[in-house]
Design a protein around this ligand. Structure first.
Ligand SMILES: [Zn+2]
Length: 450
């Protein structure tokens, strides 16, 4: 909450940066001089795609916000999460490309229709007979996954996919009772499926989604952006796996390569639910093995980053010393290695691989044909791909098609983001009405694709 006079702030900050203490700290801090050093790796032209482009793209893009509510308690808040899923018809994109620009108003209509949402208790919002907002939050998170039915014919809830991933979680380090922060219960146990209870005498309800541990980030006062953000990223990523598992049930995996999946953000999970990353990775490898067996091709999945250190670094790296030119030519790419990341982007001397516990894919820089800079990641779809050691792109057979797709979908006017990819192609977007016959829509799309 800003208080009076806070926005006199800028100058105060500058004064702070000039103080002796700050200066002294900076003399001890490592400095990287970007202008003087040549890049440790050089961009190369992306291989051209021999395989046909998929005809459809499923884009999954979540957002979160927190709103103040009046319930008689001070500072009561509710988190509002939405996940928009859109099916883009690339043939429609082709004809659209001929009559740009697209109408953003038309897009917003489709975007709303494609959105599923959830409200979660924030601070000072206690539902039912719960004893704290944190417990209310935990139960609502469970309900989001329990009630998350994506298709009216395949009634399998999102919870089913989440619990399949939970089953892959190692049981070597049982977590503390989820009531620990409320009642100081010190029991440690592995969270089971569905509804269970703590082993202590109180036998309180424990939900399978408690294994996400996001309630540990939940604050009794103030904002809960961190806890809501964790649930958001879990939801987006579980939805991706859920759709693939639904294809598997519907015997559609043999056509899955005709669809590409675009995810908002890196192919990773951060914070308390980071353990899901390894589970998602092994589930993706299991599903991809089936896809490969029947088609000889890999799944097409790409995560696109809008901001952060990698986006800033790519921008900096692309500046060349000659004014008016850039280091990356159109269609140039760079696959990032562990050494490069630790040396140039996130400084570290650790032996442990960058993102080992959080990433289920690896990052690359790509400059599209139109000149947009994209920071994206592609998944590890077999054990060999699961490395940051080498920059050998031939290990990732889906990479050329991924680049060709980015060329097609990203215009230079809308760089670096997923939502604009979708909005730019508004008229080609078919909202996926989750809860309607999504699988039927997707199956139809897959059958149409040739
Ligand atoms: Zn307990």
């Amino acid at each position: 909450m800003p208080y009076e006079g806070e926005f006199a702030g800028y100058r105060a900050l500058q004064r702070l940066a000039d103080t002796e203490r700050v200066k002294q700290l900076l003399t001890r801090a490592r400095v990287h001089a970007p202008a003087s050093s040549e890049p440790a790796a050089l961009p190369a032209q992306a291989p051209t795609a021999d395989d046909a482009l998929p005809q459809f793209v499923v884009a999954i893009d979540g957002s979160q916000s927190e709103v103040d509510v009046r319930n008689g308690y001070p500072g009561a808040k509710v988190g509002y999460l939405t996940v928009a899923s859109v099916l883009l018809d690339l043939e429609a994109v082709n004809s659209l490309d001929e009559r740009r620009p697209a109408d953003p108003v038309e897009f917003r209509k489709t975007e709303q229709a494609a959105t599923i949402d959830a409200a979660l208790p924030g601070s000072n919002v206690v539902t039912r007979t719960h004893t704290s907002a944190r417990v209310a939050f935990r139960e609502e998170v469970y309900d989001v996954f329990h009630n998350g039915v994506v298709d009216s014919q395949d009634l399998t809830p999102l919870l089913d996919t989440y619990e399949a991933l939970l089953a892959l979680k190692p049981r070597t380090r049982p977590q503390v009772c989820p009531y620990n922060l409320d009642t100081a219960c010190e029991e440690h146990f592995a969270i089971g499926h569905g509804l269970s209870s703590c082993a202590c005498t109180l036998k309180r309800s424990v939900w399978s989604t408690d294994a996400l541990r996001s309630h540990e980030a939940f604050r009794d006062t103030g904002t809960n952006g961190e806890a809501f953000g964790e649930i958001m990223q879990v939801w987006e990523r579980v939805l991706l796996i859920h759709l693939l598992r639904a294809f598997e049930r519907g015997d559609l995996l043999g056509s899955a390569h005709r669809l590409a999946f675009f995810l908002d953000g890196p192919l990773a999970l951060f914070g308390h639910p980071a353990w899901l990353s390894a589970a998602i990775s092994s589930e993706l490898q299991r599903l991809n093995a089936k896809v490969r067996e029947s088609t000889g091709r890999d799944l097409l999945i790409v995560g696109v980053e809008k901001s952060g250190a990698f986006v800033a670094h790519f921008e900096e790296l692309d500046k060349s010393e000659t004014a008016g030119t850039t280091r990356f030519a159109p269609r140039d790419y760079m696959l990032l290695t562990d050494d490069y990341i630790k040396e140039r982007i996130i400084f570290s001397t650790s032996e442990k691989r960058y993102g080992l516990d959080t990433y289920f894919g690896r990052k690359f820089f790509y400059k599209t044909r139109s000149g947009a800079r994209i920071v994206a990641s592609i998944p590890f779809l077999d054990p060999k791909q699961d490395t940051l050691e080498t920059a050998d792109i031939s290990m990732y057979p889906a990479f050329p098609v991924t680049c060709a797709l980015l060329d097609k979908l990203v215009s230079s006017r809308f760089p670096n983001a997923l939502a604009p990819i979708v909005s730019a192609h508004a008229q080609a977007a078919i909202p996926l009405h989750l809860g309607a016959k999504v699988l039927e829509q997707l199956a139809k799309a897959l059958m149409l694709a040739t």
